[in-house]
Design a protein around this ligand. Structure first.
Ligand code: BT5
Length: 258
């Protein structure tokens, strides 16, 4: 396996780094091309949600992958990215974070980073654009998100150097991508993810899907990264999409979906 060499393209302002990376992938950009912007004017979350991206307050980053392994395993790229963000923040900012399935990096249960993986059809085959937004300073989100959002500065009292975080993130991503492609890679990624996430095992959660929600206790991940949740009736449910929220002991669980 050839080692991937990153190529980092810096922009002052973009609508969305994912959009720019996808455009370049369609034009034939190779695996490892990274797009970074000082601000995004139309930053995106999942399901057409917004990612607030004020100038020089966060890291707005996308990387192109052209995975040679079967597409069933591509959801593991999101898990791999979460591991990489966790490790990069630990290395660059001495900040220990938690990972919430599938794509949130948390500190004190508040979101500090989101990950958006998208597939794109290109003349060289289907590619993946992996977008990562990390809140670096207190100015990275508006006060109405104060209850659910945090930043490196909020958590550590220091505003980090974006370039130092970027370098650690790119290094960690390439390390995890190499691991993922080895024999037994999927199992290793799932193991590494669980070692860094309090949501992997024994967490009371509500999983919200487009057609309802379910309360249960997490019971690890499948080999492809899907979340296993045990209902109060003892049944194991497998989730490949959805939003997870923690259920606090005083919260009354609403009826489970069947
Ligand atoms: C995500 O979506 O968390 C994926 C975010 C990915 C952003 C990166 S930035 C670089 C690249 N280019 C893009 O255009 N996107 C990627 P989701 O799980 O759907 O969460 C979105 C929700 O998070 C919103 O509905 C808000 O409630 C909240 N949110 C928005 N901006 C936030 C911020 N800066 N910090 C914390 N929470 C935020």
């Amino acid at each position: 396996m050839e080692k991937l060499s990153p190529q980092i393209l810096h922009f002052d302002s973009l609508p969305s780094t994912n959009f720019e990376a996808a455009r370049r992938a369609i034009e034939g950009a190779v695996e490892g091309v990274c797009v970074v912007a000082a601000e995004q004017t139309a930053g995106r979350g999942r399901l057409h949600r917004e990612w607030i991206s004020p100038r020089s307050a966060g890291l707005y980053f996308s990387i192109i992958f052209r995975p040679a392994f079967e597409q069933r395993g591509w959801p593991l790229l999101t898990l791999m990215a979460a591991i990489a963000v966790h490790d990069a923040l630990l290395e660059a900012c001495s900040l220990e974070t938690d990972i919430k399935w599938p794509n949130d990096i948390l500190v004190n249960e508040k979101k500090l980073c989101g990950i958006l993986a998208e597939t794109v059809e290109t003349p060289l085959g289907r590619a993946v654009v992996l977008g990562i937004g990390v809140n670096l300073t207190c100015g990275s989100f508006p006060s109405d998100l104060h209850w659910v959002a945090s930043s490196v500065e909020n958590a550590t009292g220091k505003s980090p150097d974006a370039e130092v975080v970027l370098a650690a993130l790119v290094h960690a991503l390439l390390t995890q991508y190499e691991l993922l492609q080895q024999d037994g890679g999927p199992e290793m990624i799932v193991g590494e993810w669980c070692a860094r996430s309090s949501y992997c095992q024994g967490k009371r959660v509500r999983v919200i899907e487009s057609n309802g929600s379910l309360v249960g206790t997490t019971r690890g991940l499948e080999r492809d990264g899907a979340l296993r949740v045990q209902t109060d009736q003892g049944e194991i449910r497998i989730f490949r999409a959805g939003d997870v929220t923690v259920v606090r002991p005083f919260e009354v669980a609403s009826p489970t979906r069947d």
